[in-house]
Design a protein around this ligand. Structure first.
Ligand code: PMP
Length: 408
C-alpha cells in the first residue's frame, strides 16, 4: 500500500521544532492576560463626527479626518465620475500599465501645493516611508531619527539595513551628536513633522540647519501636518518656511486631513526619478484606484482653498484646550488637531476610554507598545467636522471623571 504524504511528512518531521503559530498564540494570550490586546470594532454607519457601532451612535474624537473632508459630497462625486470613466482597480503597478492620467494630475497638484518640483504617489504612507528609506539608504549608513517617530519610519530604516540611531524626542543637540559621530557617511535624518501620538511639531528649522551643517539629508513625514498647518495647509515645512533645498524629502499621507487614502513623496525631479527606479514599495505594487486619485485631487483643491476648515479647527482646538485647562486635565503641549490627555497607567487609560464610551463618546486609549511605558493616554483628535457643542460635550464628560490627579 502507498504511504500517504501525510504519513511521510509525519515520519520525517523534526519533532523538536517549535510551532510558529503556537508561539504567536501564546504571545497573543499574554497580551490578552495583560489587558493590552488591540480590538477591532465594526462601524456600520458614519455621519459627520458620529459613527454607528455595536448598535450605538457614538460621537468620535479619534478620527484623523482633521478637515472633515472624508464625506464631502464633492469628493464622492469626483470618485463616482472617475469610476464611471476609469473603472475601479488600476489593474497593475504604475510601471506596467496602471499609471493613469488621474494619478499624474494628482501628483502635479501635490507638487504645486507643497512647493516641490515633483511628487510621487504611493498606496499608503507606510509603504512610502519603507520605499524612500530602502531606496536612499545603503547597509550600515546612519539613519538618525526622533525616538517618537512613527513606526514605519523606524521599520524603513531597518528594512534598508541602515544603522538606526534614535535621539530623545525633539532633542536637536542629541541629533547633532549622533550625526557628527559618522561624519564620513551619507546620512538621513528623519522626523515626523507633527508627532502622531503627541501632536507637537518637530523643531524643523533647527533640524534643517543641522542637516545643512552636517551634509545630511532631511526627511519630514508630514502625515499629520498636511492640510492643518501652513497658510494654505501645505504643512509643517511650509509653515516653517523651509524650501525643497532645506527639506529635500517630504512625505505626507492622503488618508488624514485630505479624507482619502494613500501617500506621496515630494521633492526634486532627481529624487522622484530615483524612487521610480529603486523604491520597491512603489515598483512592486498595484497603483491606487484612479477614482481615489480623482477624489483626492478634489480634496487637495478644497483643502487648499477652504481656509474656513483650518480656522474652524483652530477655534475648536482653542476651545478644547481652554476648557481642559480650566478642568486641570493633563494636556500635552500641542497646537495641532491631536490633543492627547496623558494618563500614565494603561489600565487607567482603558477605564477612562470605557467610561467615555458609556457616555456616548468614542475616544481611544493608546497604550504601550505604541507609546512608551507609563505614558498611556487618550488620543483625542479634533476635526472641522465637529461643532462647538461637540467639544463641550466632550469636556462635560471628561469633567465627570476623576482625571485631574494624573500621576505621570
Ligand atoms: N506616518 C505617520 C506619522 C503616521 O501617523 C501614519 C499613519 N497613522 C503613517 C505614516 C502611515 O500612513 P498610512 O496610514 O497611509 O499607511
Amino acid at each position: 500500500m502507498r504511504t500517504s504524504w501525510r504519513k511521510k511528512a509525519a515520519d520525517t518531521a523534526v519533532a523538536a521544532r517549535p510551532d510558529l503559530l503556537e508561539r504567536l498564540a501564546v504571545q497573543t494570550a499574554d497580551r490578552v492576560r495583560a489587558q493590552l490586546q488591540r480590538r477591532l470594532r465594526i462601524v456600520t454607519g458614519v455621519e459627520g463626527p458620529f459613527v454607528e457601532t455595536g448598535g450605538r451612535r457614538l460621537l468620535t474624537f479619534c478620527s484623523n479626518d482633521y478637515l472633515g473632508l472624508a464625506r464631502d459630497p464633492r469628493l464622492i462625486a469626483a470618485w463616482k465620475q472617475a469610476a464611471d470613466v476609469s473603472g475601479v482597480g488600476s489593474g497593475s503597478a504604475h510601471l506596467i500599465c496602471g499609471h493613469r492620467s488621474e494619478h499624474a494630475e494628482l501628483e502635479e497638484a501635490l507638487a504645486e501645493w507643497t512647493g516641490r518640483e515633483r511628487a510621487l504617489l504611493f498606496s499608503t504612507g507606510y509603504m512610502a516611508n519603507l520605499g524612500v528609506m530602502q531606496a536612499l539608504l545603503q547597509r550600515g549608513e546612519p539613519c538618525v531619527q526622533d525616538k517618537l517617530n512613527h513606526a514605519c519610519l523606524l521599520d524603513g530604516a531597518q528594512l534598508a539595513g541602515a544603522t538606526l540611531k534614535r535621539y530623545p524626542h525633539a532633542d536637536v543637540e542629541a541629533a547633532a551628536r549622533q550625526l557628527h559621530g559618522d561624519a564620513d557617511a551619507c546620512a538621513l535624518l528623519a522626523t515626523d513633522g507633527v508627532f502622531s501620538m503627541d501632536g507637537d511639531i518637530a523643531p524643523l528649522r533647527e533640524l534643517a540647519e543641522l542637516c545643512s551643517r552636517e551634509g545630511a539629508t532631511l526627511m519630514v513625514d508630514d502625515a499629520h501636518g498636511l492640510g492643518v498647518l501652513g497658510d494654505d495647509g501645505a504643512g509643517s515645512a511650509t509653515e516653517a518656511s523651509l524650501s525643497e533645498r532645506e527639506v529635500p524629502v517630504l512625505m505626507a499621507t492622503l488618508g488624514k486631513a485630505l479624507g482619502c487614502s494613500g501617500a506621496f513623496v515630494a521633492g526634486s525631479a532627481s529624487l522622484i526619478d530615483g524612487l521610480i527606479q529603486f523604491a520597491r514599495t512603489y515598483i512592486y505594487t498595484t497603483a491606487m484606484p484612479p477614482a481615489l486619485a480623482a477624489a483626492t485631487h478634489c480634496a487637495v483643491t478644497l483643502a487648499r482653498t477652504e481656509n474656513w476648515r483650518r480656522e474652524k479647527l483652530q477655534a475648536l482646538i482653542r476651545r478644547f484646550r481652554h476648557g481642559a485647562q480650566q478642568l486641570g486635565l493633563p494636556l500635552m503641549p500641542s497646537r495641532t488637531a491631536i490633543q492627547p490627555l496623558l494618563l500614565g497607567d494603561a489600565q487607567r487609560a482603558m477605564d477612562t476610554s470605557r467610561a467615555l464610551e458609556a457616555q456616548g463618546l468614542l475616544v481611544v486609549a493608546i497604550r504601550p507598545p505604541t507609546v512608551p511605558q507609563g505614558q498611556a493616554r487618550l488620543r483625542i483628535t479634533l476635526s472641522a467636522a465637529h461643532e462647538e457643542a461637540h467639544v463641550d460635550r466632550l469636556l462635560d464628560a471628561l469633567a465627570s471623571l476623576p482625571l485631574t490627579d494624573a500621576t505621570v
